[in-house]
Design a protein around this ligand. Structure first.
Ligand code: FE2
Ligand code: FE2
Length: 290
């Protein structure tokens, strides 16, 4: 028989993060089991949001609203990527991790919805929608699978891990810190699955596979750059807002620039994929243009 303390912990682990986003069907218990990916509970009651000004809370609520939409969309990204991987005959370990990644993104969206409620006092649902990945029935399946994996996993998810690490390092609020840590821990695996599959596919695909990867590199890098360059919600990034896990657009540019130079391009070149002018495209001039 378990001790009362661990019973309480188990209860907490099964407590829905965003109860209003559930279906009301008997599926909910199984859903909670799937969502219990990380065993460290988020210390929700320790939020310091009450000490913020209304403008600061508004800025953070809007940021988490955008994060929730992005995480929700990522569910469909991995679902579509899974189709490409199945079509290309990807190995079981890659398929299971891709499907797992989609489940993780549901959880990330739930965490973000709870954060919107903490800062904005509102229960906001993510907007419906789905992401589309390049799809060309004429090209070899292996090429499409590896190119889309490079886009989704190697570039987007690897950048997510670098920006989340930097954001988490400046975060002092215990809830925001725990949420960012929890999401970060999953994104690391989302990136790893891509790099692992890319190597696997390149070893089998020869020059055609390298060409398909090389063609995708500038497209994928531009895709993330578009997100980094996007207009931000209204409101100043005060020191207090930073404590809750928010950087300035200028800081994000510097992080992306160094991610391209120090992580992505060296990673692709180590696999034999030429990256053209990527380091210059996102070099000093781009980084300082905010
Ligand atoms: Fe995510
Ligand atoms: Fe992810």
């Amino acid at each position: 028989m378990s001790a009362p303390a661990s019973d309480a912990l188990a209860e907490e682990l099964f407590e829905p993060v965003s109860a209003w986003w559930l279906s009301g069907t008997p599926l909910e218990a199984e859903h909670q089991r799937l969502m219990r990916r990380r065993l460290t509970p988020i210390p929700w009651s320790e939020t310091t949001a009450a000490a913020l000004s209304p403008a600061e809370r508004g800025r953070l609520a809007e940021t988490w609203t955008r994060r929730a939409a992005a995480e929700y969309l990522a569910v469909s990204t991995f679902a579509v990527l899974a189709i490409d991987l199945v079509a290309a005959g990807a190995p079981a370990a890659v398929l299971s991790l891709c499907m797992r990644a989609g489940i993780d993104e549901v959880r990330h969206a739930e965490l973000c919805l709870r954060m919107i409620e903490i800062y904005g006092g509102k229960r906001v649902l993510p907007p419906p929608g789905m992401s589309s990945l390049p799809d060309d029935p004429e090209r070899p399946r292996l090429h499409q699978a590896l190119a889309n994996t490079l886009l989704v996993s190697c570039v987007s998810e690897t950048y997510a891990t670098t920006v989340l690490t930097a954001t988490r390092d400046l975060t002092r609020d215990p809830v925001a810190h725990a949420v960012l840590t929890s999401i970060y821990s999953d994104e690391v695996m989302h990136a790893r699955l891509g790099w692992s599959y890319l190597r696997f596919a390149l070893e089998r695909g020869g020059q055609g596979a390298i060409d398909a990867a090389a063609q995708m590199v500038p497209v994928a890098l531009r895709g993330v750059a578009n997100v980094v360059e996007r207009e931000r919600p209204v409101g100043e990034v005060t020191d207090q807002v930073r404590d809750h896990g928010l950087m300035t657009p200028a800081e994000e540019r510097v992080i992306y620039s160094s991610c391209v130079r120090e992580v992505l391009v060296p990673g692709f070149e180590a696999l034999g994929i030429p990256c053209g002018t990527a380091v210059d495209d996102y070099g000093e001039t781009w980084a300082r243009a905010a």
